[in-house]
Write a protein that binds this ligand. Structure first.
Ligand code: PRX
Length: 645
């Protein structure tokens, strides 16, 4: 069964696209009519990009959990909403039906209420990939609390910063999380994050590993006890209910922190209605999801991909979403492929990094695996190189599954540019065409539209979006000016993506990567300034400069140039100390891949580091480093070049 808003042909794509641009209000009202509103909106769209102020479905009242759960109950109560594959393949699979999901979310909403959580309060969630993470997220949405999920790989310091920025008073966590053969002590990390914190009132701890944890009286409470108590409150005579808070369309749904070009991660805020419509609409259309399909998105819910395409988008569409606790290479590099066969997965959505990593194991892990259920493949998070694309197409898709290359960002809620599986043509390495409602434009440094083709017949420049789509971020938490400056001030009246792009004669877009100081490591965003700040926290470091360089598996690696003034250890020990410092300040994902000690950095007379030169050296370029005549000390460039690692 398909959806009323599903695009079913290339021709329809073009007509829908045109409608969405000519009359966005009519177009998005028609899509929104397929959802459950406690009260319809008064106005579909009001906006300006100068403040910015963007309001979709103003005056509308709804609760996203009624759309993701309750409205499916009459027809799909016993259908699986979430299938959970544990880290250890020997452990029991859990199938969470819509009825079960409803009950658990109602119970958890009651737990939150019992503990004093109210609409608008911020709840920080730091958990492994267990179904309870989805219950926690949806339980917050049920009562109108704003969740802020933090990826399990972030350090105590990162959590502390986010807690402070969000002024969060509640935390939901696990004792520990299984990842391959490791156990991550999540509660212990939270304990460290809470040293000195005066705001957090309650920490709810779900038991996953039953590793020893400290439990502070009055603050730390067990998930299981709370849920058991709440069960009696929400279930009467076999009927489960917990009233879903009436939310304004523009009320915030969640905060998700992401890196930018300045030091501190920013809290991207998405609002209830626009986010729901955008994730459901894009989910159905790009994957061509049909009721009953099993959708496997391999992301972690700690990132936007997991929010939008494991939890909200699929559930809003009444889909079956497969959630995997573990990692692709444990117990061996055939794990994803086993999962596909075991659960008869129809749609696989993963990152190019994972594909490249699995590719590097050769053909052996593929032998004997059953890929016959697959219908659609997808990639997200970074550009996909053609070699990986073809490997994915031939080995996993058996040249039989369209591959959607979906380009989007934390700030966009869901996909903006992608082919639609089997409907619009794919082009390896290209995200291709904008989804309805998305109006991309390629501009030069001044913000003028690029109209002149380059020597390959392409338009090339910085990628912006001309008008709002329902999922555009509304603000950055607690600092609207930051939102304006970061996204809406670079070019007047445009949303600036921070990405470079090229456009071919057929209107296809290829994303060429970030044009700001943001790195994309294994599909995860990390700001160079953030890593530099962390490196500079090491007691022996005087100064550092961080750039990205091409990395076979991760897409980009982190290359750090460091001026060091300490006396402890040899160079390798110093490198390890610096890496550990970064892991403590940010998390292991931000550890530099290479650290080169230098005596100076190439700076202009005004003191600005010439990153262009450092980037070229890190990329292995020895000639053509560009004009160095404005450098204070041009000699330092030769030293750095000679010392390259
Ligand atoms: O540079 C683009 C890259 O990832 C950035 C967004 O990162 P994040 O907010 O963490 O969201 C990742 C998941 C959506 C973008 O600015 N990016 C994302 N998807 C693609 C991509 N680059 C090329 N092709 C893609 N399909």
């Amino acid at each position: 069964m398909s959806y009323p808003y599903q695009i079913k042909s290339l021709e329809q794509y073009h007509t829908d696209y045109k409608k969405s641009v000519d009359d966005p209000e009519a177009f998005w009202a028609a899509v929104a009519d397929n959802f459950y509103w406690k009260k319809k909106w008064d106005k579909v769209l009001e906006w300006n990009f100068t403040e910015p102020k963007i309001e979709w479905y103003k005056g509308g009242k709804l609760n996203i959990t009624e759309n993701c759960i309750d409205r499916h109950l009459p027809t799909m109560a016993e259908k699986p909403a979430i299938i959970w594959e544990p880290n250890n393949p020997e452990e029991r699979i859990r199938t969470v039906t819509y009825a079960r999901l409803h009950k658990r979310v109602c119970q958890f909403a009651q737990v939150l209420k019992n503990n004093g959580v109210k609409k608008g309060d911020r709840v920080c969630i730091y958990m492994g990939m267990v179904p309870e993470l989805a219950y926690a997220v949806l339980g917050c949405a049920r009562i109108g609390a704003i969740h802020s999920v933090i990826f399990g790989g972030f350090s105590a310091q990162s959590i502390a910063d986010r807690l402070e920025d969000a002024q969060a008073e509640f935390i939901v966590t696990c004792d520990g999380a299984y990842r391959g053969d490791k156990i991550i002590p999540l509660k212990a990390v939270i304990d460290d994050a809470l040293i000195g914190n005066k705001l957090v009132k309650k920490v709810i701890v779900y038991t996953r590993t039953r590793m020893p944890v400290s439990m502070i009286k009055g603050r730390d409470i067990w998930w299981e006890d709370e849920m058991e108590f709440a069960e009696g409150q929400v279930e009467k005579d076999g009927v489960v209910s917990f009233p879903a808070e009436e939310m304004d369309a523009e009320d915030p749904l969640f905060i998700l922190y992401t890196s930018g070009s300045t030091g501190k991660p920013k809290g991207v805020v998405h609002s209830v209605a626009g986010y729901m419509i955008w994730t459901a609409y894009t989910f159905v259309n790009m994957f061509q999801y049909n009721k009953g399909d099993v959708h496997f998105c391999t992301a972690d819910i700690g990132w936007i991909t997991g929010h939008s395409y494991i939890v909200y988008g699929p559930l809003a569409a009444g889909a079956t979403s497969l959630m995997f606790e573990g990692i692709p290479t444990w117990p061996n590099a055939g794990r994803f492929w086993d999962i596909i066969g075991k659960h008869k997965v129809n749609i696989l959505y993963t990152a190019p990094t994972a594909i490249r990593s699995l590719m590097s194991f050769g053909d052996a892990p593929l032998a004997g695996k059953d890929f016959s259920s697959l219908k659609v493949l997808g990639t997200v998070g970074e550009p996909i190189n053609e070699e990986a694309w073809h490997w994915y197409n031939e080995n996993i898709g058996n040249k039989n599954c369209p591959i959607v290359d979906t380009w989007w960002q934390t700030e966009t809620a869901g996909t903006l540019i992608s082919n639609l599986a089997g409907i619009t043509p794919a082009k390896p390495g290209w995200a291709t065409l904008p989804l309805p409602g998305v109006q991309p434009i390629i501009v030069d440094e001044k913000g003028d539209e690029i109209t002149e083709k380059d020597e390959h017949g392409m338009l090339k420049g910085n990628l912006c979006i001309k008008a709002p789509w329902p999922g555009v971020l509304r603000t950055t938490y607690g600092d609207h000016e930051r939102c304006r400056v970061n996204y809406f001030a670079t070019y007047p009246n445009l949303y600036f993506t921070g990405d470079g792009a090229i456009k071919d004669e057929n209107g296809n877009y290829k994303i060429t990567g970030r044009v700001d100081d943001v790195l994309n490591i294994s599909g995860h965003r990390i700001g160079t300034a953030e890593v530099e700040n962390a490196i500079n926290m090491h007691s022996g470091v005087v100064e550092s400069a961080v750039v990205g360089y091409p990395h076979d598996i991760k897409g980009q690696g982190i290359y750090a140039y460091v001026i060091y003034n300490g006396h402890h250890g040899d160079e390798n020990q110093r490198r390890q100390d610096i890496s550990l410092t970064v892991a403590k300040i940010i998390g292991a994902i931000a550890k530099p891949d290479k650290i080169q000690f230098v005596s100076g950095l190439p700076k202009t007379r005004s003191g600005k580091i010439m990153r262009r030169i450092l980037r070229k050296i890190a990329e292995g370029e020895t000639e053509n480093l560009g004009d160095s005549s404005t450098l204070l000390d041009p000699e330092v460039v030769n030293e750095i070049k000679d010392g390259k690692i």
